[in-house]
Design a protein around this ligand. Structure first.
Ligand code: NAP
Length: 254
């Protein structure tokens, strides 16, 4: 586990929204940001019990959080989510665009619905949440936006044309938003995990994966959360924007 207390409570008084925070990487990010002192909004789509258990775990560690259900691929639901966050908290300091799905299949056999649902959540969801979060951040003249992309968005992957296209799109989106918002005190960055041990990767053949990872093991959600926390921290990451931080055990080296 990342030792949050060792690095202090550098997000004290901040409000953070983490999309898809009921499980996996999002859950770890929620716990990490809460341990840094942030009030965390735990967004989820379907897993209400898991989301409430994240809220309870934050509380057990002395932090504060609340869960809000919303499908972040839906414009209407994102707007309602943001309205509720601002109604309850009055501000938003950190947005972590984490929610994501895979619908893998070889290109020639890929169903249009599988292409579309991955693009809708993994790319359009990032746009919808960022646009909605940027409004209060622009008023505050401060904010941190971190999106979870993937090394697959850098390299491509057979069977994941939809996912790779969405994740590559997140990188282009991040750089464009970073340029648009830089003069307004808002930084926009991405974290690109390699293979992380979550529900998303549990069906994969772990043995064959290990040979592709120089550090020789899968990453943990907490290791990704540490990178997100760094990019959200002030002043540590205040001079970093438009960047993609890889957390991949050395899988992809430029
Ligand atoms: P995961 O364990 O499958 O969890 C996915 C999360 O997204 C869940 O909390 C889920 O909520 C939420 N979600 C799904 N559809 C949603 C929607 N329409 N609206 C809001 N939330 C929704 O996935 P993970 O492995 O932690 O991945 C998290 C992010 O990291 C994703 O963007 C993924 O692409 C990226 N990533 C993962 C890896 C990896 O190796 N695991 C590698 C690179 C990048 P419910 O529980 O309510 O469905």
């Amino acid at each position: 586990m990342v030792s949050s207390t060792a690095r202090g409570r550098d997000l004290e008084g901040k409000t953070a929204l983490v999309t898809g925070a009921s499980r996996g990487i999002g859950r770890a990010v929620a716990l990490e940001l809460a341990a840094a002192g942030a009030f965390v909004v735990v967004n989820y789509a379907r897993s209400s019990e898991e989301a409430e258990s994240v809220v309870a775990a934050v509380g057990a560690n002395g932090g504060e959080a609340m869960a809000i259900q919303a499908d972040v691929a839906s414009e209407e639901q994102v707007d309602a989510l943001m309205k509720e966050v601002l109604g309850q908290r009055g501000r938003l300091d950190v947005l972590v665009n984490n929610a994501g799905i895979t619908r893998d299949g070889l290109l020639l056999r890929m169903k249009t619905s599988d292409w579309q649902s991955v693009l809708d959540l993994n790319l359009s969801g990032v746009f919808l949440c960022t646009r909605a979060a940027a409004r209060p951040m622009l008023k505050q003249k401060a904010g941190r936006i971190v999106s979870i992309t993937s090394v697959v968005g850098l390299t491509g992957n057979p069977g994941q044309a939809n996912y790779a296209a969405a994740k590559a799109g997140v990188i282009g989106f991040t750089r464009s938003a970073a340029r648009e918002f830089a003069s307004r005190g808002i930084t926009v960055n991405a974290v690109a995990p390699g293979f992380i041990a979550t529900d998303m990767t549990k069906g994969l053949d772990q043995e064959s994966l290990l040979g592709t990872i120089p550090l020789g093991c899968l990453g943990t959600p907490e290791q990704v959360a540490g990178a997100v926390r760094f990019l959200a921290a002030d002043p540590a990451a205040a001079y970093i924007t438009g960047q993609v931080l890889q957390v991949d055990g050395g899988m992809v080296m430029a």
